[in-house]
Design a protein around this ligand. Structure first.
Ligand SMILES: *[C@@H]1O[C@H](CO)[C@@H](O)[C@H](O)[C@H]1NC(C)=O
Ligand SMILES: *[C@@H]1O[C@H](CO)[C@@H](O)[C@H](O)[C@H]1NC(C)=O
Length: 350
């Protein structure tokens, strides 16, 4: 009797382990917001990246930006935007773990900092943070970090950032709007386009320097930004009937989840679950000051004309997306927070 009970308990324990993780994952990594890491954890992350950027040029680190530059057209303005970047983050995370198994990619939840994006500890000059700005970044964990990718060919240069302000201020998409995009957009490609064209592009545009070029992954901040974009996709996927969605017709051709992720040549279906890649997300911290729900949320700045031209986006579409998101922010959008199946009729033709 005791033996049978033991056997049952063992089987149950085994089953719960197997149920949590596909057998090829030895564990599930949890990615957290950078402010949830200890100083020691941030130092290890920075150190592992610096290790990847050592040796002959182009370094292993440089190659990530060079691929991104070369893939430009297939991974932006395309449904592959989310699957490609998810796979690419896992690729880098595996490299970092080979150097230091305790490292997982942190994310920067910029929606918490929407009203003053660069005026917070993430951009602090202390050695365990990301540093501020400059034509040669000279503070933080990546002070005097040399990278090679430029859009006009490989050339070693110091990492740069140039924060953009409009009328003396910078405003990104805040948590209210981001949450509404996640809650109310029920089809994959509409969600992907709203996220990519609006909030995602605005961060690249506002950080400036290497970040607003196709060599953006030269800046470690790129990975914190895209890890948050990936988390938003994962949040979106948790709603019913969304988890396996993937579609779109970027150049007339109908894509499906059997289509191959550019560069990696693996089916999109393999990227639709974070757990299949052996990671999950910890929830973002709560904002220190929640905007009272009766308050009209801050509206984000418009994406600059220069950025749109430089990255080859369709300006009409970008403005349509921005206007739609303004409607969501004002509460005029058809979707209501918390109404899962409201399925607003999208005003745009995606
Ligand atoms: C990226 O692709 C877009 C669209 O084809 C193009 O307009 C842009 O110049 C490209 N950027 C680079 C750096 O190649
Ligand atoms: C840009 O987008 C608009 C709106 O979706 C569309 O009507 C127009 O044809 C697009 N322009 C180009 C050059 O693709």
């Amino acid at each position: 009797m005791i033996l049978i009970r033991l056997l049952v308990l063992t089987l149950l324990a085994l089953w719960s382990v197997l149920a949590q993780a596909p057998t090829r994952c030895t564990s599930i990594r949890t990615r957290r917001e950078i402010r949830q890491l200890s100083r020691q954890e941030r130092m290890r992350f920075i150190h592992a990246i610096r290790q990847l950027n050592q040796g002959d040029i182009p370094t292993v680190w440089d190659n990530y930006a060079l691929w991104h530059l070369n893939l430009n057209h297939t991974i932006h303005r395309s449904p592959f935007f989310l699957p490609f970047h998810r796979r690419y983050l896992v690729d880098l995370e595996n490299r970092l773990q080979a150097i230091d198994p305790s490292v997982t990619l942190p994310y920067w939840d910029w929606s918490l900092d929407a009203k003053a994006p660069f005026d917070n500890v993430v951009f602090s000059s202390a050695s365990d943070w990301l540093g501020s700005q400059g034509s040669c970044l000279n503070d933080g964990g990546f002070a005097r970090f040399y990278v090679t990718c430029t859009e006009s060919g490989p050339r070693s240069h110091c990492l740069s950032r140039r924060f953009r302000a409009v009328n003396g201020r910078t405003t990104l998409y805040g948590r209210d709007i981001i949450q509404r995009i996640v809650d109310t957009t029920n089809t994959y490609n509409a969600f992907r386009e709203l996220l990519e064209y609006g909030p995602h592009n605005l961060v690249h545009d506002m950080v400036g320097g290497d970040m607003d070029t196709m060599c953006a992954p030269s800046d470690p901040l790129f990975f914190l930004h895209h890890t948050f974009v990936d988390k938003l996709w994962a949040d979106w996927q948790r709603y019913p009937n969304r988890g396996r969605q993937f579609d779109g017709t970027p150049s007339g051709e109908q894509l499906t989840s059997a289509s191959l992720i550019p560069y990696y040549k693996e089916p999109v279906s393999s990227s639709l679950s974070t757990r299949a890649y052996c990671y999950q997300y910890a929830p973002s911290p709560e904002p220190a000051e929640l905007v009272p729900s009766s308050d009209r949320p801050n509206l984000p700045e418009a994406i600059s004309k220069d950025f749109i031209e430089h990255w080859g986006y369709n300006a009409t579409k970008v403005r349509n997306v921005e206007n739609y998101l303004k409607g969501l922010a004002d509460g005029n959008g058809k979707g209501k927070v918390g109404v899962l199946e409201s399925n607003p009729t999208h005003p745009l033709s995606f």
